[in-house]
Ligand binder design. Structure first.
Ligand code: BTN
Length: 253
């Protein structure tokens, strides 16, 4: 089924392996093509993890963007803006204690409710096709044991069921709005909004796991290209482009 939600054209499927994979296979699809599925049988997360995608419980969405820019370094801001869009959608729906963990995990009451997997289809800024995959746990009542400590759904956290299509359309409107800011080179608008929405932006004691090392430090904001600034013990500021952030202890925020 095809649904028009300007500027997006949504291709809806009952079941798919992964909406990201489906959209990647749609070669030649125009910008703002979306793929959404009621369930994924091989939903993928970052770092080769699986994304739990039970039928009807979540929003499993991929959006095709064709970002054109003279400064490829600002491409990572797109996944930050997607997290902003998810967080704002939740807040607009009355959800409390929404947070963003760098770069783009959306948490409610410190549990992960949404994740984003941005994948480039072709190389080079001129021809970049970016598949922005967004998973949001909406109506799950439980999770597999290995996720139950860290994951949650809006239904678990708020006690209310969410109409998946309604959430999808609200989210798409926000993605369109923030992507427009990105296209207009309004990077600091994105960075500042992200920092206001995230308790991880500043003064948070975290460990950052990189491919082969772990760095401990205190967060000190996000750069204009979306990298995380971390003050380590020696006082030196490290700029983190990619890594897994873990909070070390609860702060008063
Ligand atoms: C993460 O690890 O936090 C990212 C999770 C991304 C999941 C979404 S669901 C829709 C899209 N299709 C996929 O296979 N993954 C993304």
């Amino acid at each position: 089924m095809i649904i028009h939600h300007p500027p997006f054209t949504i291709h809806h499927f009952t079941s798919l392996g992964s909406t990201n994979d489906q959209l990647k296979a749609m070669t030649g699809a125009p910008e703002f093509t979306c793929v959404v599925a009621d369930e994924q049988t091989a939903g993928r997360g970052r770092r080769a993890r699986a994304w739990h995608s039970s039928p009807g419980d979540g929003l499993y969405l991929s959006v095709l963007l064709l970002p054109r820019t003279d400064s490829p370094s600002k491409i990572p801001l797109i996944s930050l803006l997607a997290a902003i869009a998810v967080a704002e959608t939740m807040i607009e729906r009355g959800v409390a204690n929404v947070d963003i963990k760098w770069p783009n995990d959306v948490l409610v009451n410190d549990r992960k409710v949404s994740g984003i997997l941005a994948e480039a289809v072709s190389e080079g800024p001129e021809s970049l096709r970016l598949v922005l995959g967004v998973g949001v746990n909406l109506n799950h009542q439980s999770f597999p044991p290995e996720l139950s400590e860290t994951a949650a759904s809006l239904a678990i956290e708020t006690g209310e069921r969410v109409a998946v299509e309604e959430f999808r359309d609200q989210l798409l409107d926000k993605i369109a709005r923030w992507y427009e800011h990105w296209r207009r080179d309004e990077s600091m608008l994105i960075v500042n909004r992200w920092q206001r929405l995230s308790t991880y932006a500043r003064d948070k004691q975290v460990a950052v796991t990189l491919d082969d090392e772990k760095i401990i430090g205190v967060t000190d904001g996000v750069t204009e290209t979306g990298a995380l600034r971390l003050v380590v013990d020696s006082g030196e500021v490290k700029t983190i482009l990619a890594g897994e952030v873990t909070r070390l202890r609860k702060t008063a925020d």
